[in-house]
Design a protein around this ligand. Structure first.
Ligand SMILES: NC(=O)c1ccc[n+]([C@@H]2O[C@H](COP(=O)([O-])OP(=O)(O)OC[C@H]3O[C@@H](n4cnc5c(N)ncnc54)[C@H](OP(=O)(O)O)[C@@H]3O)[C@@H](O)[C@H]2O)c1
Length: 270
């Protein structure tokens, strides 16, 4: 065998191994807030990478997400749930996933809300609603999923944090508090569950064009100020987050625990 033939064989072997590291065929993934924005893009991306999907939705129709997942040849279970409700309802979600598919390998805690108001007059309801959906549900849904994952000694949990996991923001005090909590809960759970074979990590998106940011994008001055501060020179799209979630949910990330991966066009580096 000539030197160049040998090199080709090695490249071929390496290629198989690279694909295997990122392959999610046969996995079952649950994504919350999967009817829109970042959650929809991640759910479709996970399905295209081989996962059967459990979509947790709230008031919006999941039809578009389901259509795209079925077009990728994967199965879909749709569960409707108010993640701001009692924790018993959250616990039922992973049981329903196990009933349908016999396992739950991946949980993406994506659902989230934001309420904008001056801190001086911020209401208890706005505080509680945001904390319940954005951080309390992340903890209890992760707990329920981990009980299922621990039985098989493996699992991936990825929660969606924010730039406001690190920064304070303006007029969004409960959002900043809730996303700070997502970062801390990620690290706390990683410390307890890494030894069980469960990887707990987070993704902190920068400024992404979705319903969540529609009000600030409609304010031309604010939109421009944000865009000009982003080193990449543009707002992110939901698709910009897909590579990060596929990585953290794959075997390629088996030794990554308690990490908050920023996907922000360079915002935090500035
Ligand atoms: N866009 C950004 O720039 C940005 C930046 C950093 C972090 N994030 C985070 O990314 C995640 C996704 O947000 P997005 O930008 O994609 O906005 P989005 O389109 O508004 O998505 C939020 C999703 O959460 C669901 N949800 C809200 N309240 C819920 C509840 N009580 N129970 C169950 N589901 C509920 C929504 O469903 P319904 O509409 O049906 O209620 C919706 O599908 C959020 O955690 C957000 O904080 C976004």
């Amino acid at each position: 065998m000539s030197g160049s033939e040998k090199l080709n064989v090695l490249q071929g072997d390496d290629q198989v191994s690279v694909n295997a590291r990122f392959d999610l065929t046969g996995k079952v993934a649950m994504v919350t807030g999967a009817a829109s924005g970042i959650g929809q893009a991640m759910a479709v991306g996970l399905a295209e990478a081989g996962c059967n999907m459990v979509l947790v939705v709230h008031s919006q129709s999941p039809d578009e997400t389901v259509k795209r997942i079925e077009a990728a040849g994967r199965e879909c279970l749709v569960l409707k749930c108010d993640l701001g409700g009692p924790i018993e309802a959250l616990q039922q979600l992973s049981l329903a996933a196990e009933d349908k598919f016999g396992r739950l390998d991946i949980l993406v805690n994506n659902a989230g809300i934001i309420r904008r108001n001056d801190a001086m007059t911020y209401t208890e309801k706005d505080w509680d609603d945001v904390m319940n959906v954005n951080s309390k549900s992340v903890f209890f849904l992760s707990q329920a999923a981990a009980q299922s994952m621990a039985k098989r000694g493996s699992g991936k949990i990825v929660s969606i944090a924010s730039m406001l996991t690190f920064q304070g923001g303006i007029r969004v005090p409960s959002y900043a508090a809730s996303k700070g909590a997502v970062g801390q809960v990620t690290k706390a759970l990683a410390n307890e569950w890494a030894g069980l074979g469960i990887n707990v990590n987070a993704i902190a998106p920068g400024y992404i064009a979705t319903d969540n940011t529609a009000p600030i994008r409609q304010d031309a001055g604010r939109e421009q100020a944000i865009r000009e501060r982003i080193p990449a020179g543009r707002w992110g799209t939901p698709d910009d987050l897909v590579g990060a979630v596929l990585f953290l949910c794959s075997d390629a990330a088996n030794y990554v625990h308690g990490h908050i991966l920023c996907v922000d066009g360079g915002w935090l580096a500035r």
